[in-house]
Design a binder for this molecule. Structure first.
Ligand SMILES: Cc1cc2nc3c(=O)[nH]c(=O)nc-3n(C[C@H](O)[C@H](O)[C@H](O)COP(=O)(O)OP(=O)(O)OC[C@H]3O[C@@H](n4cnc5c(N)ncnc54)[C@H](O)[C@@H]3O)c2cc1C
Length: 238
């Protein structure tokens, strides 16, 4: 999903300069994604997303504390004009049980198509992929290029002792996609994203700190099934 401020930084780093730079980049990225809408293999598309109200398992507990420093929250403040307005559907006006729904409309990425698009673009602009092994950061100086981008994600923490990178977020569970389902759902502690390259189910917990500080990478089957069953419980058994 297009979620440009989601856990991107801690609130204590949101200086006016950071906010200005973030705003410009988020708008640039939004504009760029607009230009990818409507392509045949749909790397990016709008989807409606329904938050099913009621049934929240535990109270939110979003408050920050010493172990959970506050995250920067910028989208509401700086990008509100870009997002379509939410709409609420009272219980009894739709087919999804006795719940009120809040609908938002957002950009979703079909990552296989998007990755393919990016690599094709890169290659057609003359980009080349070269595989090289570095045994220590000292090897970087052997490269002729003046600028290097270290794009190893969480791996940067171990590679370059970058303690500022913090694991956060949990895991995705995937199922084969189903034709004709093009809306997302959020219910209790789980969400469903209707990606065309495979449906996604995820436990997101009850606040932004789900998975915070947990660096486990082994898939958790129990958690995957919990996410699927939570969404499934909205529908009558088949
Ligand atoms: C469950 C979950 C849901 C998310 N949902 C969203 C969302 O809806 N929207 C959104 O915008 N973002 C979302 N994110 C965040 C998003 O996935 C990351 O911000 C993004 O993937 C970071 O991209 P990256 O290229 O910097 O790093 P990564 O995608 O982590 O890529 C880094 C790569 O470097 C490789 N690597 C690491 N160390 C080494 C090494 N020593 N040698 C060689 N290779 C190495 C890794 O294997 C990996 O392939 C989500 C993340 C998670 C975990």
């Amino acid at each position: 999903m297009f979620t440009p401020d989601s856990r991107i930084a801690l609130a204590k780093y949101t200086t006016p300069g950071f906010k200005k730079a973030w705003n410009e980049r988020a708008r640039y990225s939004y504009r760029t994604y607009q230009s990818l809408l409507g392509l045949a293999d749909q790397p990016v598309e709008y989807v409606d997303f329904y938050a099913v109200n009621g049934g929240q398992s535990a109270p939110g507990g979003n408050e920050a504390n010493e172990d959970r420093p506050a995250f920067a929250e910028l989208e509401g403040e700086l990008l509100a004009d870009l997002q379509p307005k939410n709409r609420t559907f009272p219980a009894g006006t739709h087919s999804l049980g006795a719940h009120a729904l809040t609908r938002s409309t957002t950009l979703m990425f079909n990552l296989s198509a998007y990755a393919h698009f990016l690599m094709s673009d890169f290659r057609s602009a003359g980009g080349k992929v070269e595989v090289t092994e570095f045994t220590s950061p000292a090897d970087f100086s052997l490269l002729p290029q003046k600028t290097l981008v270290n794009a190893t994600g969480y791996g940067a923490r171990a590679l370059l002792n970058d303690e500022s990178v913090i694991p956060v977020r949990g895991q995705l569970a995937r199922t084969p996609p189903q034709e004709g389902i093009h809306y997302g759902l959020a219910y209790r502690d789980s969400i469903f994203v209707p990606r065309r390259d495979g449906f996604v189910f995820q436990v997101i917990g009850n606040d932004d700190y789900y998975g915070y500080g947990i660096d486990a990478t082994a898939p958790d089957r129990v958690e995957a099934e919990h996410a699927i069953q939570t969404i499934q419980s909205l529908f009558p058994p088949v």
